[in-house]
Design a protein around this ligand. Sequence first.
Ligand code: ATP
Length: 207
Amino acid sequence: MVTVGVTGGIGSGKSTVCEIWSQMGAYILNADDLAKELMVSKPEIRDELVQTFGAEAFADDGSLNRKYLAKEAFERDRVDELNAIVHPQIPGAAQEKMAIAEQEGYEVFVYEAALLLENLEPGALDFIVLVLADEQQRLERVQERDESSAEDIRQRMAKQRNFEESTDKADIIIRNNGTLKELKKKAEIVYEKFLPLSGKNENNSHK
Ligand code: ATP
């Protein structure tokens, strides 16, 4: 199984690339989804969340109070506190998912994370793919996707690293300044390069 990390700034097209690869048979693990899963499933994380953010972190039925936590993290600038609780558990949990994907016969495992370059253990993934798009395009695309204000998106962008300056950390760069059709073509070409490296037999394929 080939393991691939996908990163890039807000609205660069990471999820879109992953969706294309999912349709081609890849196992996709999204870092945000994994974090949310861990917040509910790991008792030690639940306890720490309650200690740090109060009982309101969870609803009466035990489900995560996402609205409250998002408000605390982003509006009250407590995102570092949230990350400090969840992030240490991510690499181990990602490894577990990787083992499951391998067992299930997937040829390509993809880990999508905006903070991939910060949290990555060296050599943990075979390839790092960086998705880049011009700032103005990213802004317009996210505005349309989330109905957020330009100001809000700019603030979120300002908190991220400048991915244009991180190209040396990537094995493959996908520039997403064109149409969705063009992105699909590029993503397919990259994916076809992974497949021969997966080293698995065809009978068990998820393609
Ligand atoms: P985030 O970090 O905010 O999750 P992302 O990097 O995962 O963003 P996507 O959600 O894949 O970015 O893309 C942002 C939006 O732009 C989506 O609504 C997507 O459909 C759209 N989009 C992506 N690429 C293109 C493109 N080439 N042309 C038009 N729209 C695009």
